[in-house]
Design a protein around this ligand. Sequence first.
Ligand code: ZN
Length: 411
Amino acid sequence: MQLLKGHRFRLDLAESQTEFCSRTAGICRFVWNLALEQRSMAWKHGRHHAGYNAQAGELAELKGLAPWIAEAPHHCLQQTLRDLDTAFQNFFAGRAAYPTFRKRFQKDSFRFPDPKQFKVDEVRQQIKLPKLGWVPYRNGKGRHALKLHGTIKSVTVAREGQHWFASILCEAEVAEPVPVLGPAVGIDLGVAQAITLSSGQEPIQIPGMTKAESRRLARIQRAFARKQRGSINRAKARTRLAEFQARIARRRRDAVHKATTMLAKSHSLVVIEDLRIKGMTKAPAARPDPEQEGHFLPNGAAAKAGLNKAILDKGWGEIRRQLEYKCRWYGSRLVAVPPAYTSQECSACHHTEAGNRTTQAEFLCLRCGHAENADTNAAKNILSKGTADGPSVSACGARASVGRRSRKVAA
Ligand SMILES: [Zn+2]
């Protein structure tokens, strides 16, 4: 089977190369924001569709108006428009939230999509990129060095903290993996505890920020805001801020990779909820309008925004993306089931009622008295939805009647 795999290496850039990367990322960000605005306007007025082809066709005209745009490689600009197009397709399909404007120093990146344009010298650990020339990258020594397999499809250059990284995407033909022999597992992606397993084992925590770290972040942000624009001290404060955020991001990424690898490697079947991010997070209409002064969020909207943030912080989309390729990679099966009622259904007798869930953490069935951690109960429901031969009705019914009787006795 054909498999796509990405590898990320830190680049050792010369000063002029760093400058080129910052500049190119800046131009791509400008083009992204401009194209996003054009699309949003088109959407508002008459639903005229400003698609990829139309926007790519206007690039030449744009370069005439603002010649500095031509400093960025043309392929990277086209790719930016293509990425925006994908972001919109994901939004329309309900897989992602509405695309947002990019800010400076926030996800600075650009992509080279043409495999003919770059070369990788794995022995000398360097990569040749258009306009940048040969750039050394960091890899392990000897047998610890990561090896690339297959053909390189694209290279994305991105800044994280104060360093630049290259993500090299390779496509390789690999043998079908031997199917994993292991139990099936259902997982519930919660806001509070990240990943809860149907097996009832300790939930896998995806660390966010601790309270102390949140305070530290606020302090660094305040210090940054106080510095005068364009000053050296502001640049220093920005570096500190970026380093801090990058460290949190690294820790999260590491935890998510470990969790998804464990799930895919040791289970024959992994069942997740087919979460439509669109349904849970804000729709574009509900966004605060920055042009409107004195805009207030209605009551409840702020709480919802907090929840949105928590959901997106946990990176559910990313967990699913990783499970999709890792399950293929290790030879297990991934099934996504509709999320309806998984939190209200009793995993023992399948009685479904909103009142079953007494608190955020506790589940208590009103029919059979089955009590369990609410997330574990949901994970079990997700698992039984995903297995064709789920729990047999008789076994469940028997358990249910016992529970009912005992509850009556207790009452
Ligand atoms: Zn029950």
